[in-house]
Write a protein that binds this ligand. Structure first.
Ligand code: CP
Length: 301
């Protein structure tokens, strides 16, 4: 089973993964003993790479890591190359920009592929985000309002893809020029689960979660000054954060740019849960590996 977007797994499996991650993941048996995973990353990573390497190691799985740009994926067709490495591994964890190409690669090999982030989706991040919300909001997800402000990123798309089916409401402040036509967002809008706002204060007012993401993703450095100007009014300042509920938490997938999308006093706020959120990349990543591979093992038996 591949995990390219959060829609690739059922709501039931999403709940199972979150429940496992909320428990003691140290107790999980080494289900991947004798297996090998290849991590192939086109872009830099701290959290995704090291949390998966820890989780894979604890599950008994050997790992090989390569910067995709240092391999012959850059010379040949990626679909041909993935067929080759599929014969060397039991699991592929891939970070690359082109989501459509990743989907084609997943068709070309029987080996499961986990999307470690494409330009379209960051489903592993969304699992950690959902767990963090459940752990820190003292009410069911169906009663939680998540405010997101800033750029229309893969993180927003995957956050909506997990939070809306789980029953949360989303209030999204993204400047009009950055809004992208997207089926996940449009479906959530049509079901009255997601509403756009032109103003960050309107989105954050009454929210239980305040979430933002970088304004300048890797590869967008040349657009930096235009992006700072476009997204500047959508920054999470202390004043904005304090207009959310009294118990609201601040979330960011990291890496963050203090003083840009989030003020330092919000990042360091007692209700900022960014480091717990980052730790949950490990617990949810391990629970994801366990359940995906368990399902594959059960099908093969
Ligand atoms: N949030 C996240 O994916 O972090 P990395 O880019 O460091 O993996």
């Amino acid at each position: 089973m591949n995990f390219l977007t959060n829609r690739d797994i059922s709501l039931e499996l999403t709940h199972e993964i979150l429940a496992t991650a909320a428990g003691d993941v140290g107790d999980l048996p080494p289900l991947l003993q004798g297996k090998r995973a290849i991590l192939l990353f086109e872009k830099t990573s701290t959290r995704t790479r090291f949390s998966f390497e820890r989780a894979l190691g604890e599950l008994g799985c050997a790992t090989s890591y390569a910067d995709l740009r240092s391999t012959n994926f850059v010379k040949a067709h990626a679909v041909d190359e993935v067929r080759v490495i599929g014969d060397y591994a039991d699991l592929l964890l891939i970070r690359m920009g082109d989501h459509e190409l990743l989907a084609q690669m997943a068709e070309a090999t029987p080996v499961p592929i986990i999307n470690c982030m494409t330009d379209l989706a960051h489903p592993c991040q969304a699992l950690a985000d959902a767990l963090t919300i459940v752990q820190h909001c003292a009410k069911p997800l169906t009663e939680v309002t998540v405010a997101y402000a800033g750029d229309f990123t893969n993180v927003l798309r995957s956050l909506a893809e997990i939070c809306c089916p789980l029953g949360a409401q989303m209030k999204v402040a993204v400047p009009e020029p950055a809004r992208t036509s997207d089926p996940t967002i449009e479906q959530a809008q049509s079901q009255s689960q997601l509403t756009y706002f032109d103003n960050v204060a309107d989105a954050v007012r009454g929210a239980d979660v305040v979430y933002t993401d970088t304004w300048v993703s890797l590869g967008q450095e040349e657009e930096r000054s235009q992006r700072m100007e476009l997204f500047g009014p959508f920054a999470i300042t202390k004043e904005v954060f304090e207009s959310a509920n009294d118990t609201a938490i601040f979330m960011h997938c990291l890496p963050a740019e203090r003083g840009a999308e989030v003020a330092s006093d919000v990042f360091d706020h007692p209700r900022s849960v960014v480091f717990r959120q980052a730790y949950n990349r490990y617990t949810t990543g391990k629970a994801l590996l366990y359940h995906l591979l368990k399902a594959g093992t059960e099908r093969a038996a």
